[in-house]
Write a protein that binds this ligand. Structure first.
Ligand SMILES: Nc1ncnc2c1ncn2[C@@H]1O[C@H](COP(=O)(O)OP(=O)(O)OP(=O)(O)O)[C@@H](O)[C@H]1O
Length: 341
């Protein structure tokens, strides 16, 4: 599959008198293939916006190579700019203009036929509200208008920075449906977010960034599979005896108040047979599949210290282990989830 976006070894450090030197992106890699809906996931302050801004030539990178639709960025970006729609910095609209008027002006400025205005309003679900002034719009409607403006030129690639930010659950669902329909129409979408459940639902591929570095990348199902501990939740009479039997058989067992979590189970029948042969009848045997949230928390080092408040950038308390030491081999990562029950 041809790459629509390629980033290799991107580096960006900000310097300010007040905060000194701050490494925002630290040798980051990203590859987005044609037709993907690619989730770009990371905690607050992990470098997502800086990466997207560097890719689009809005901030100068300190190092690394980038290309968009085959054109080296930022040097050759103008050659492909007409094929890329991006919303990276919250667009400001005139509150007194209607959405229609706003889009008509943008269409004219961009040399786009006026007929596109009605098409994009329809596409983002604003057809019946396009004649209203933008100042009366909800945040979700403003987000849709922003997406509509990015769609005017029928881009092959759409880049959205945190499109679900500030939306209520209904707005998030609508945004998700919109991205799915764009993808079905053949548009490649890169969407940054820290809303994991949404990414899991909308995206087929994901790249996870933590403290300016890529910590995982691939198909969502493959990334999740890399974290599958083959754990099962087991409810059984006499759990203590059951745990002993399972441990004797070489299986790791975590005892919880009302169930056991058994790991390294190649096949559920192993557990039911072991227990059944000893007269212990299994009432529940449920596979525990990792979700993107647990993978994300593990990879970005968040949630490891549940008693401590989560810090922006994933920074650790003094003495805490660093969140990562480079990209993690998904096949060998261990988990201390102890069960997702
Ligand atoms: N213009 C700037 N000057 C100084 N530091 C900056 C600047 N822009 C970003 N940073 C710092 O770089 C780091 C990465 O920020 P960035 O906005 O890229 O993260 P992000 O992943 O997009 O976060 P969020 O999800 O909160 O938007 C942060 O520590 C941030 O404070």
């Amino acid at each position: 599959m041809s790459a629509v976006i390629e980033i290799e070894g991107l580096r960006k450090t900000f310097h300010s008198v007040r905060h000194g030197r701050r490494i925002a992106v630290d040798g980051f890699d990203l590859v987005v293939g044609a037709g993907q809906v690619h989730g770009f996931l990371g905690p607050n302050g992990s470098g997502k916006t800086t990466t997207l801004r560097a890719l689009l030539g809005l901030v100068r990178a300190d190092g690394g190579r980038m290309s968009v639709l085959g054109a080296p960025s930022p040097t050759h970006l103008p050659q492909v700019a007409g094929r890329v729609g991006a919303i990276v910095e919250s667009p400001q609209f005139f509150g007194n203009f209607t959405a229609e008027r706003t889009l008509r002006l943008l269409a004219r400025a961009g040399g786009v036929p006026a007929v596109r205005v009605d098409e994009v309003l329809e596409q983002v679900g604003l057809r019946d509200r396009g004649h209203e002034r933008v100042k009366g719009y909800s945040l979700g409607m403003k987000q849709r208008l922003a997406v509509a403006s990015a769609l005017l030129k029928q881009p092959e690639l759409l880049i959205l920075d945190e499109p679900a930010n500030g939306l209520d659950p209904a707005g998030i669902r609508e945004m998700r449906d919109l991205m799915r329909s764009l993808s079905a129409a053949g548009v490649t979408v890169l969407v940054s977010s820290h809303i994991l459940a949404e990414i899991q639902l909308i995206c087929d591929h994901v790249t996870i960034i933590s403290r300016g570095r890529r910590v995982a990348a691939g198909r969502v199902d493959e990334v999740l599979a890399g974290f599958d501990q083959h754990e099962f939740r087991v409810r059984v009479d006499e759990p203590e005896r059951a745990a002993e039997l399972l441990r004797d058989a070489g299986l790791p067992v975590d005892a919880h108040p009302d169930h056991l979590v058994v790991g390294e189970v190649a096949d559920a029948t192993v557990v039911s047979r072991l227990l059944g042969e000893q007269g212990l009848w299994v009432r529940e045997l449920t596979p525990l599949r990792p979700d993107l949230e647990s993978v994300f928390l593990e990879l970005t080092g968040e949630g490891v210290h549940p008693s401590l408040p989560r810090q922006v950038d994933g920074s650790r308390p003094p003495g805490g282990a660093p969140p990562h030491g480079g990209e993690i081999d998904l096949g060998t990562v261990g988990s201390d989830r102890g069960g997702n029950a």
